[in-house]
Design a protein around this ligand. Structure first.
Ligand SMILES: C[S@@+](CC[C@H](N)C(=O)[O-])C[C@H]1O[C@@H](n2cnc3c(N)ncnc32)[C@H](O)[C@@H]1O
Length: 286
């Protein structure tokens, strides 16, 4: 068997000209704001050559023509899928979830009680396979003890249809829970395969709070808002400054007064002009 693998022909990625790389970079930047700098060229080549083979095309120029001529955007979605990074896990950057539990939700609940409007809306923008919105859902279920008296919803969106299908399926191997308090995993997920590896499925209480939808952050947003909390973590790292500035200001407009925007720990809004107040290095308030 090992011998067969050693003798298998090595398929090398198709060559890509400077002009083709520039056209692909421009298309990806225009359609989804992702900045494919020159250092990403080998990665782009490796990932897209698989698409070319699948479609039976022999050059990137032919592939670009195919993407530009299609009318339903299906291959563009495939292309963005193969180029974007969907890495995520439950309880990633848990300090944000601590802030949500200890400061943001209690403050918002007190405010809403005063207004006589028991409604909370959270948006996970760039939710990948669902670990982020389900982590938020677990925190809300643990924090709001009289949830049945509240109208709480989490909107979870992503540009990738492939990753959204995974999120909707809501089935995860145990490794995705490496940073999750086990008591929460066992409270909100059902063990559906004893493994190894063990496999869990999101339970009904989590699923009822989260609504998944396809959304390209660079395009028009169909929802009216406002949102009380917006998580957009580890998404903007791929965007250039002008794209980030535009996006941050659109988020700010979508936030309710007093609402919070949470970005990833490796991201920064320095050099981005906006009107929000910084509560914590990666948490901003309208
Ligand atoms: C690295 S994952 C981050 C997932 C999660 N927020 C977290 O922090 O673990 C980045 C996600 O952003 C999505 N994304 C990238 N560009 C996007 C765009 N223009 N609109 C919507 N989602 C986008 C990708 O598909 C990917 O699932």
């Amino acid at each position: 068997m090992a011998q067969d693998l050693l003798n298998a022909p090595v398929i090398s990625p198709l060559e890509m000209t400077d002009g083709e790389f520039e056209r692909i970079s421009r298309l990806v930047m225009d359609r989804c704001g992702i900045n494919l700098h020159v250092g990403k060229r080998e990665l782009v080549k490796a990932r897209l050559s698989k698409r070319l083979r699948k479609l039976g095309l022999d050059s990137y120029t032919a592939y670009l023509r195919y993407v530009e001529q299609e009318t339903d955007g299906a291959e563009l979605a495939n292309m963005l899928d193969s180029l974007s990074t969907n890495v995520t896990y439950f309880f990633r950057e848990p300090q944000h979830l601590d802030h949500l539990r200890d400061d943001i939700v209690p403050r918002l609940m007190a405010q809403r009680e005063k207004d006589g409007n028991r409604k909370l809306r959270v948006w996970s923008a760039g939710c990948s396979s669902g670990e982020e919105p389900y982590s938020i859902a677990m925190v809300l279920l643990e924090t709001i003890h009289d949830l049945e008296r509240w109208d709480v919803k989490i909107l979870a969106t992503d540009i990738s249809t492939r990753i959204l299908a995974k999120a909707r399926e809501g089935v995860y191997e145990e490794s995705r829970f490496r940073d999750t308090p086990l008591v929460l995993r066992d409270r909100y997920f059902e063990l559906i395969d004893r493994g190894p590896p063990k496999v869990f499925s999101a339970g009904a209480r989590l699923r009822s709070l989260v609504h998944f939808a396809h959304l390209n952050l660079m395009e028009a947003w169909p929802m009216r808002g406002p949102f009380d909390v917006i998580f957009c973590r580890n998404v903007m790292i791929y965007f250039d400054r002008p794209t980030q500035t535009k996006l941050i200001n659109r988020f700010s407009q979508m936030l309710a007064p007093g609402g919070a925007l949470i970005i990833g720990h490796s991201e920064s809004l320095s050099g981005v002009s906006h009107k929000m107040k910084q509560l914590y290095p990666t948490i901003y308030q309208n």
